[in-house]
Design a protein around this ligand. Structure first.
Ligand code: SF4
Length: 83
């Protein structure tokens, strides 16, 4: 599986701070941070720990199976960032 960040993301990096495997990007110190509207989970590296979900004040992070219908495009968008 993998967790997915949707377009409710405010790029506050709360998830980045708790992710144990550093699979959420871009971080503020990375070149693409300003150019993207949201952060993305690397679906290959994500270990499904769920730590990013409760810290997200925008409720923008979902387990793959729980991504709302209207936000399904985010699944591909997260993967594409790392393609
Ligand atoms: Fe990182 Fe865990 Fe969230 Fe996956 S579920 S993005 S490993 S904090």
């Amino acid at each position: 599986m993998a967790y997915v960040i949707t377009d409710q993301c405010t790029k506050d990096e709360k998830c980045v701070e708790v992710c144990p495997v550093d699979c959420i990007h871009p971080r503020k110190d990375e070149p693409r941070f300003e150019e993207v509207a949201q952060l993305f989970v690397n679906p290959v590296d994500c270990i499904d720990c769920g730590a990013c979900v409760p810290v997200c004040e925008a409720s923008a992070v979902f387990a793959l199976d729980d991504v709302p219908e209207e936000a399904k495009a985010a699944i591909e968008a997260n993967a594409l960032y790392y393609a």
